[in-house]
Design a protein around this ligand. Structure first.
Ligand code: OSB
Ligand code: MG
Length: 373
């Protein structure tokens, strides 16, 4: 297999950039209101070819303990020096070399993904070919934030359905849940609908969560704590609605625990959260073998991170629509082209402008690099 045998001679240069893209609309979840996407972009260069990566972290530690600050520090102090030492190496050599760094999956993912992009480009392959993906287009899905008025939410859903999004996810939080879901269902009795709580509930809120069973939801995402698996298993026993884990799944070991405890029926795989595309694939495979469905989440990524999410979803294991939306729903202008669009049936094409992730990075929009090695 090319991915196992294709060696990179050495990384000649690493550049880190910070970009700040205003969101078209604020994005409210149970943990924050986000108005911009501040992203760390990583460029690694070998033989004159650039591989690109993006850290899915944000400035605040409200979704994860990892932030843009921790990514910067871990990359500068531990990951990039190790990367620069490697000679005639594969992506697996890199993974082994940073194995002693505990945690910091999002920082490591940015580099691993850049190595995969570079490996694909050096072998004249599209990223999906390198990782064994077969799908020629992927399903779309939209994650709609909390709104001041339910009428505004209904309006956003209407617009998303006109665009032909394949499923609608809405955010909920304690006190802004059952009434909103009831109203949405009244307006849209048959749509594929799910909710995401981002860990806002406790097991003692079970009576509220049980009420959601009436509304034929595809799933409820991450109702309980970001570190919990066990209490989700107790909750799942009492709910008809499938539980989907997001924050609680950081690695393959967490997946095995969740399976053994029957803590969920579905997993939202964010490649950044689990340490990159290869871990995401391993988790998808393990889940598939055990009857757990998976889909790809998103972290409001720029066109670079989004391209990785799209290539990942070409794998057969991804059977549910994910949080991959059109660029225009997030940003006025992005840092990579072509931007993501839905076709008339709501599908998304796999970017293939050139090899690797298949998008052209608009370097003039990155500004000066904030760190070079
Ligand atoms: O919980 O899935 C989440 C965005 C930022 C942090 C966490 C989450 C989200 C989303 C948006 O739901 C997904 C996207 O459209 O990229
Ligand atoms: Mg989520």
């Amino acid at each position: 297999m090319i991915i196992k045998n294709s060696k990179i001679k050495r990384i000649e240069k690493v550049n880190l950039y910070i970009v700040n893209l205003p969101l078209v609309k604020p994005f409210e979840t149970s943990f924050s209101v986000q108005t911009e996407r501040e992203a760390i972009i990583l460029e690694i260069i070998s033989e004159g070819i650039s591989g690109w990566g993006e850290s899915v972290t944000s400035p605040d530690p409200f979704y994860s303990y990892e932030t843009n600050f921790t990514t910067m520090e871990i990359l500068k102090k531990y990951v990039i020096p190790v990367l620069k030492e490697l000679k005639d190496f594969t992506v697996y050599d890199f993974i082994n070399a940073v194995g002693r760094i505990r945690g910091y999956n999002m920082a490591k993912a940015a580099v691993e993904n850049a190595i995969l992009d570079l490996t694909a480009k050096l072998n004249s392959l599209h990223l999906y070919e390198l990782i064994g993906g077969r799908r020629k287009k992927i399903m779309s899905g939209i994650s709609i934030g909390l709104k001041k008025e339910t009428s505004e939410l209904i309006d956003s859903i209407k617009k998303a359905l006109e665009k032909k999004y394949h499923r609608i996810k809405i955010k909920i939080k304690k006190g802004r849940d059952v009434d909103i879901v009831r109203e949405v269902r009244k307006n849209f009795p048959d749509i594929k609908l799910m909710v995401d709580a981002n860990s806002d509930y406790k097991l003692s809120d079970i009576e509220i969560l049980k009420k959601l069973d009436e509304y034929n939801l595809m799933m409820i995402e991450q109702p309980l704590s970001y570190y919990d698996i066990y209490e989700h298993s107790l909750l799942q026993k009492e709910l008809k609605t499938p539980i989907c884990l997001d924050e609680s799944i950081k690695n393959l070991s967490n997946v095995k625990t969740a399976i053994a405890l029957n803590a969920c029926k579905i997993i939202n795989i964010k490649q950044g959260r689990v340490g990159g595309i290869l871990n995401a694939k391993a988790i998808a495979e393990e889940s598939f073998k055990n009857g757990i469905k998976v889909w790809s989440g998103g972290m409001l990524e720029t066109g670079i991170g989004r391209a990785f999410n799209i290539h990942l979803q070409t794998l057969d294991y991804f059977t549910l629509p994910g949080d991959t939306s059109e660029t225009s729903r997030y940003f006025k202008s992005d840092i990579a082209e072509p931007t993501v669009r839905l076709d008339s049936d709501g599908f998304i094409e796999i970017p293939s402008e050139g090899y690797g992730i298949g998008v052209n990075v608009l370097k003039e929009r990155l500004g000066e690099s904030v760190f070079s090695y």
